[in-house]
Design a protein around this ligand. Structure first.
Ligand SMILES: [Zn+2]
Ligand SMILES: [Zn+2]
Length: 380
């Protein structure tokens, strides 16, 4: 059995309560000492103790603290996502759109306006749904549903693929992970929304990064030029760099002429373009890697948690029995995607994947068909 920190602390408090007044050491020191003593004793008297149990028990106070902080900072992370996305939107509408409308051909204007707004709507829809949709919880009342184990924290039956979330402090159906950026767990009922949000946010960032690349280079060069103009006072000799970037045509006097007019607005426009490009490129790379990772897991019919469980199980089966472990929830690459996206006929690839759709996921998250199932699970 795993030693839970709250249980150990309760025992420590009981012990200390009966010895009050006999020891001169401060109470907090005595509590820590008693906790460590009890921890060692409980681990030594446990026949099922292994390295995982020791690691989990010793670091349980750290895990509890991290869970506590994540729970309370959840709203801060959500605000950060909304503020950063809104700042990019403001720059896109205030700086990029006027430039596009004045310089691009009608066909390019139509493409940017249609694609940009479709992508924006998909991001907003999937973020809202991922954050607001309940991930799914096992029933708390008595029922006849099959279960695979009992949760040690909730003391409730756990259906297959269900795991306990320390931050939400309850069991989650087909739990993938707890996402601080959503302030919600990712489970059976909102997994698709989470993945679609990651995918469309990555596409949006890549779109901004590629289409804003030339503007970024121009803005960067302009800011560099402004810096040189600031450092070179009138009447001072122009530096070699000043000549290199073409501030003065060759053959002209090597004493600087008055600075060209550039306003506060120009600076702000250039800085906002640089900010937008750096932020979207960074988020595009980081979120792109995360999206690819999740896409690989979905193709294999695994969640992030099952990835680790299956890896351990594969090793255990090979060492103990010499057999290859097969994930019972892997229905084949394409079928996994159809089940995940809720695609039941060809038109669903458009209406349920490329357009915002609030359809429920396949199954109730409590019972699962076990591999091997018939090859053509969904006749599409
Ligand atoms: Zn639980
Ligand atoms: Zn959670």
């Amino acid at each position: 059995m795993r030693c839970s920190a709250p249980h150990l602390l309760r025992c420590v408090r009981l012990q200390l309560g009966s010895r009050r007044g006999r020891n001169k050491l401060p109470l907090c020191i005595r509590r820590i000492w008693a906790y460590m003593k009890l921890l060692v004793q409980s681990l030594c008297f446990n026949s099922l103790t292994d390295s995982d149990v020791v690691f989990d028990s010793v670091f349980e106070p750290v895990f509890v603290t991290v869970d506590y902080i994540t729970r309370w900072f959840g709203l801060v992370f959500v605000c950060l996502v909304v503020i950063l996305t809104s700042s990019i939107l403001v720059i896109a509408y205030a700086v990029l759109l006027p430039l596009i409308l004045t310089t691009y051909s009608p066909a390019w204007i139509a493409w940017h306006v249609c694609y940009g707004h479709w992508n924006l709507f998909m991001i907003a829809f999937h973020y809202y749904k991922a954050a607001k949709t309940s991930p799914g919880y096992p029933p708390t009342e008595k029922n006849e549903r099959p279960f695979v184990s009992v949760c040690k924290k909730c003391i409730m039956p756990k259906p297959a693929r269900t795991h306990h979330c320390g931050i939400c402090n309850r069991c989650i159906l087909k739990m993938d992970h707890h996402c601080p950026w959503l302030n919600n767990c990712v489970g059976h009922f909102n997994h698709r929304y989470f993945f679609s949000f990651c995918l469309f946010m990555t596409l949006g960032c890549v779109y901004c990064s590629i289409s804003g690349r030339n503007l970024f280079l121009d803005a960067y060069r302009a800011l560099e030029r402004f810096k040189h103009l600031d450092s070179e006072k009138p009447g001072m000799p122009v530096t070699g760099m000043g000549l290199l970037i073409g501030l003065l045509p060759s053959g002209q006097t090597n004493f600087q002429t008055p600075a060209p007019p550039y306003t506060f607005k120009d600076r702000m426009i250039h800085k906002s373009i640089i900010y937008m490009w750096v932020l979207t490129s960074t988020v595009g790379v980081a979120l792109g890697a995360l999206t690819i990772w999740h896409a690989v897991l979905i193709s294999r019919g695994e969640t992030s948690i099952e990835k680790h469980i299956n890896k351990k199980e594969t090793h255990r089966m090979m060492v103990k029995w010499g057999k290859v472990y097969r994930n019972p929830f892997n229905y084949g690459g394409l079928n996994n995607w159809k089940i995940f996206l809720g695609v039941e006929k060809k038109s669903h690839w458009v209406t349920r994947v490329l357009l915002p759709s609030g359809h429920p996921p396949h199954g109730d998250g409590l019972t699962w068909e076990i591999f091997p199932v018939k090859n053509d699970l969904i006749p599409v």
